[in-house]
Design a protein around this ligand. Structure first.
Ligand code: TYD
Length: 206
């Protein structure tokens, strides 16, 4: 049995974790061995990197930030993902290099191709078999979350603008690699999304 590598991508709060869990349950019930992991932070070294990129107070230079995500990724793919795939297991992963291209690429400092190539260098060209993009309008997501209608302040507006650009970047990545990506409307009921994910994965396992 050969392994299969599935990644979940999308904005914050798009339901990646829920869908990853539903897929994991289904695969385990059908007798597959599943490794559930994430970036940043899928390994011990990765947890240290995650702490820096997500919790460090104050700025990190954009190139340093991109290298930190790539360092996490390099170690994660070499020590966890590739060995699991070689054992014939299914790897289900929250976020991969598409997140770097979308988030670091939309910071307006670094070029998206450079970031992608940096990650491909870090992982010796590793790309998932299936990438599920849970697409969600960040404005709608926010509106659903908080009901009050006070106007955005400048910083909030900037943040909303950034998340809109991240969404556009994810959709462009999906359009460029339709074979790898499955794009789903994240506002659909979770059970419906899970069925669509299962269908794609079942096709690749067959
Ligand atoms: P994650 O752990 O998925 O948090 P959440 O559950 O809030 O989505 O991701 C943490 C953050 O890290 C998320 O805002 C996206 C960001 N990120 C990057 O900017 N670049 C990357 O390469 C990765 C993997 C994540």
């Amino acid at each position: 049995m050969s392994g299969l590598w599935i990644t979940f991508e999308g904005g914050d709060g798009s339901g990646k974790t829920t869908q990853a869990s539903l897929l994991e349950e289904w695969l385990r019930a059908s007798g597959r061995t599943v490794v559930r992991t994430r970036e940043p932070g899928g390994t011990e070294v990765g947890m240290l990197v995650r702490d820096i990129v997500l919790h460090h107070r104050g700025d990190i230079a954009p190139r340093a930030e991109a290298l930190l995500y790539a360092a996490d990724r390099a170690h994660h793919v070499a020590t966890l993902v590739r060995p699991a795939l070689a054992r014939g297991e299914v790897v289900i992963q929250d976020r991969y290099l598409d997140s770097s291209v979308a988030y670091q690429g939309e910071g307006r400092v670094l070029d998206a191709d450079e970031i992608r190539n940096l990650s491909l260098w870090a992982t010796e060209g590793a790309l998932p078999d299936v990438t599920v993009l849970l697409d969600l309008d960040p404005a709608a997501a926010r509106a659903r979350l908080d009901a009050d209608d006070k106007p955005f302040d400048r910083l909030e507006a900037e943040k909303a603008d950034f998340h809109g650009r991240v969404r556009t970047a994810f959709l462009a990545l999906a359009a460029a690699e339709p074979d790898r990506f499955l794009v789903l409307d994240a506002t659909l009921p979770p059970a419906e999304l899970a069925a669509a994910v299962r269908e794609r994965v079942a096709g690749r396992l067959a």
